[in-house]
Design a protein around this ligand. Structure first.
Ligand code: HEM
Length: 401
C-alpha cells in the first residue's frame, strides 16, 4: 500500500507556504513517519516536551558528513565535518557546557543592550544609502548587511571584511538542510575551506595584536586556561558567522512581508512605536525564521500511540508548533497584544545563544523602516523564498516608499 507523502519539504509549494501542510499534520498525524525516514513533530506540546527531554539528543550530522566522503571521487568532506563538529548544535555536555559558558557573556542581555546604540547607527547608515531613491531591496540593503556587520564587530574582525562573510554564511547555512546532493556538500566544503583559511589568518593577526572582540578573548582562554582549542575557536567562529547572519536576516525580511501584507498592523505599529518589542515577538511566532530543528532518539519513547526508537531521527517543526491552535488563539492572525510563549528560538539547553541579539537587531531594523520610510509598499506580488528546509527566508524583498 502506498502512503501519501504528507511532508515534502523539497517541493516549491512548501517553500512558498508551509502552513497548510503543518495544519494537516498537526490535526491528522502529529507524530508523522515521513518518507525521509524521520518522525515529523508538529504540535506545540510535543515539540516543547522533546526539547526538554534528555532522552532525545542532538543530531549526529558531523559523523554522517564524514561518511559521505566515501562517495566522492576526489577529496573528502573533512574540512566541512571538522568545522561543524565544534558547533554547539551538535554537542552535548560536558563539551557543550564548557564552550557555551565561554561565550555566553558576549550574548547576554546586558552586553547586547550596550550594543544597541551602535546597531542603531549601522541601521541608519544603511538606510541613508537608499533613502533618497524611494526604493530598496530590504534583504540586500538592510536585512543582510546589518547582522553581518554586527557579528563581524562582536568577533573583532575588520569591518571591511563583512561582504566575504555574507557569501560564506548564505551557502554554509544549507548544511542544516539534510539530505543534500553530493555537489551541494562539495560546494559547502569549499566554503568551509575558505572560511577556515580566513579565520586561521585572522587568529594569527589577533595573536600579535589583540583587540576587545570575542576572538581575542577566546585566544586568551586557549593560551591561559586551555579551556578551548585552536580547532574549536575556528569552528565556533564560523558557526557564529553563519547562524548570526542568516536567521536575523530572515527575521527582518519575514517580519516586513507580514507587515506589508497586513497594512492595518503596519499602521498600528507606526502609530504606537512602543509596541515594537511585542510586535517582534509576534512576528517571530507568525513566520519563524528557523522552521525545523533535528534531534535523535536515544531510547524507546511512546508518544501519542507511536513508538520512537533509539537512533530514530526527529524533525521538530517549530514553524508548526508556533501556529498550534491549542496554544495560540487564532494562530494565523497577527496580534501584537498576544501573550506569547512561542518557540522561535528552540528550548532546553540548546536554546538560541543569540536570542537577545536577534531581537534587538530585529527591533531596530523593523522600527527604522516602519517609522522612517513613509508609504512603504511591496513592489511585487511574487515572493522569492529560499529553497531551504530549515530556514524560512526571502532571497529578496523589493519595496517602494
Ligand atoms: C531571529 C534570529 C534567530 C533565530 C530564529 C534563531 C533560532 C535558533 C534556534 C531554533 C536554535 C535551537 C537549535 C537547536 O536546538 O537545534 C538556535 C540555536 C543557536 N543560535 Fe540562534 N537564532 C537566531 C539568531 C541567532 C544569532 C544572532 C546568533 C549568534 C550570533 C545565534 C546563535 C545560535 C547558537 C550558537 C545556537 C546553538 C546553541 C546551543 O546549541 O547551545 N542565533 N537558534
Amino acid at each position: 500500500m502506498t502512503t501519501a507523502i504528507r511532508f515534502n519539504p523539497f517541493q516549491p509549494e512548501f517553500h512558498q507556504n508551509p502552513y497548510p501542510t503543518y495544519d494537516y499534520l498537526r490535526r491528522e498525524d502529529p507524530i508523522h513517519r515521513s518518507f525521509l525516514n524521520a518522525w515529523v513533530i508538529t504540535r506545540y506540546a510535543d515539540v516543547e516536551a522533546i526539547l526538554k527531554d534528555a532522552r532525545f539528543c542532538v543530531d549526529d550530522l558531523p559523523q554522517r558528513l564524514l561518511q559521505k566522503s566515501h562517495y566522492l571521487k576526489h577529496g573528502n568532506l573533512d574540512p566541512l565535518a571538522q568545522t561543524i563538529y565544534q558547533w554547539l548544535f551538535f554537542l552535548e555536555p560536558p563539551d557543550h557546557t564548557r564552550l557555551r559558558g565561554l561565550v555566553s557573556k558576549a550574548f547576554s542581555r546586558a552586553t547586547v543592550e550596550e550594543m544597541r546604540p551602535e546597531i542603531k547607527i549601522m541601521t541608519q547608515d544603511l538606510l541613508a544609502n537608499v533613502q533618497s531613491t524611494g526604493q530598496m531591496d530590504v534583504i540586500k540593503d538592510l536585512a543582510s548587511p546589518l547582522p553581518a556587520m554586527t557579528v563581524t564587530r562582536i568577533l573583532g574582525l575588520p569591518p571591511e571584511d563583512y561582504p566575504k562573510l555574507v557569501r560564506w554564511s548564505y551557502e554554509l547555512f544549507f548544511v542544516f538542510d539534510q539530505p543534500m546532493s553530493l555537489q551541494g556538500y562539495q560546494k559547502q566544503n569549499q566554503m568551509a575551506i575558505e572560511a577556515r583559511d580566513y579565520l586561521t589568518e585572522m587568529i594569527g593577526r589577533l595573536e600579535k595584536q589583540p583587540n576587545n572582540g570575542l576572538i581575542s578573548r577566546l585566544i586568551a582562554a586557549r593560551d591561559q586556561d586551555k579551556t578551548i582549542s585552536q580547532e574549536e575557536i575556528i569552528g565556533f567562529c564560523i558557526m557564529l558567522l553563519i547562524v548570526g547572519q542568516e536567521t536575523t536576516k530572515s527575521l527582518t525580511g519575514n517580519a516586513m512581508v507580514a507587515l506589508l501584507k497586513h497594512p492595518e498592523k503596519l499602521a498600528q505599529l507606526r502609530q504606537n512605536p512602543d509596541l515594537i518589542n511585542h510586535a517582534v515577538e509576534e512576528l517571530l511566532r507568525y513566520d519563524s525564521p528557523v522552521q525545523v530543528i533535528a534531534r535523535l532518539g536515544t531510547e524507546t519513547v511512546e508518544m501519542r500511540g507511536k513508538t520512537i526508537q533509539a537512533g530514530d531521527k526527529i524533525i521538530l517543526c517549530l514553524g508548526a508548533a508556533n501556529r498550534d491552535p491549542e496554544q495560540f488563539t487564532n494562530p494565523d492572525q497577527l496580534d501584537f497584544n498576544r501573550k506569547n510563549y512561542s518557540l522561535p528560538f528552540g528550548g532546553g539547553i540548546h536554546f538560541c545563544l543569540g536570542a537577545f541579539l536577534a531581537r534587538v537587531q530585529g527591533q531596530i531594523a523593523i522600527n527604522a523602516m516602519v517609522q522612517g520610510l513613509p508609504n512603504l509598499r511591496l513592489s511585487t506580488e511574487t515572493l522569492d523564498w529560499r529553497e531551504s528546509i530549515t530556514l524560512r527566508g526571502l532571497k529578496n524583498l523589493r519595496v517602494t516608499f
